[in-house]
Design a protein around this ligand. Structure first.
Ligand SMILES: [Zn+2]
Ligand SMILES: [Zn+2]
Length: 234
């Protein structure tokens, strides 16, 4: 499996980072979230929009799904096949409302939506874990290989998911009260449950990025701050 970060940013501009998106390549190509900027990053990688087999949305916040309709429209114009979309409860309604907002796309975009909590994409077995965020939101766990938190406060159940690598959000800096996002203190508290050998941190707000050296020292774990187009093999 090859994993490439397409977007490691947040909803405000920061270090030229695109918003949340990760490309997972196995025998299939899967996007975990598709925030604004993901299509440009795919182009930089030489991946055609029609090559994507599935998109897994963690939650329907704009910084995580903003390029979804763009991808569907590009595939329509490029004669692509039906796209499999997986997302939390509310994803069907979200797409329906987008078709109401852009009625010229109705009947043109080809997709299938599943709100199931466990499924397979090709040979990949995918499970979800409900996360702690301000709206219905879930993490994705590719059995025994990879987990991606989406937006959440760090918590034991997700942190103890069986995987080699965990990709976890770290939105907020030291000293923040955070009910729906992760802080360094909150992450460190949960790291003792972490089954992954390495953790990649993403979705850092600018004030969090400014503390990155102090955070890595504090965590005292094999942790890496992800950057756009950074990748690894599993
Ligand atoms: Zn969010
Ligand atoms: Zn977010």
């Amino acid at each position: 499996m090859r994993v490439t970060f397409l977007g490691t940013g947040v909803s405000v501009p920061c270090e030229k980072r695109a918003q949340s998106s990760i490309l997972v390549e196995d025998n299939v190509k899967v996007l975990l979230d598709i925030g604004p900027g993901a299509l440009l990053r795919l182009e930089a990688l030489g991946v055609d929009p029609t090559e994507i087999d599935a998109v897994c949305i963690t939650h329907n916040h704009l910084d995580h799904n903003g390029d979804l309709v763009n991808l569907l429209k590009a595939r329509w114009l490029m004669d692509g096949e039906k796209l499999d979309i997986y997302g939390p409860k509310g994803t069907k309604n979200f797409l329906e409302s987008m078709l109401n907002a852009y009625p010229y796309l109705r009947g043109k975009l080809k997709f299938r939506i599943s709100e199931e909590s466990s499924f397979r994409i090709g040979e990949l077995v995918v499970n979800t874990v409900q996360t702690i965020h301000s709206i219905e939101s879930r993490a994705y766990v590719f059995e025994n290989v990879l987990a991606f938190s989406g937006d959440t406060k760090a918590f034991q159940e997700l942190m103890s998911a069986e995987c080699e690598v965990m990709i976890h959000e770290l939105s907020l800096p030291f000293g923040y009260r955070a009910d729906f996002h992760t802080t360094p203190e909150n992450l460190k508290e949960c790291l003792s449950y972490c089954k992954a050998k390495r953790i990649y941190l993403t979705h850092l707000y600018p004030m969090t990025l400014a503390q990155k050296d102090k955070i890595l020292e504090f965590l005292d774990f094999d942790a890496i701050i992800a950057q756009d187009l950074m990748g690894f093999e599993l």
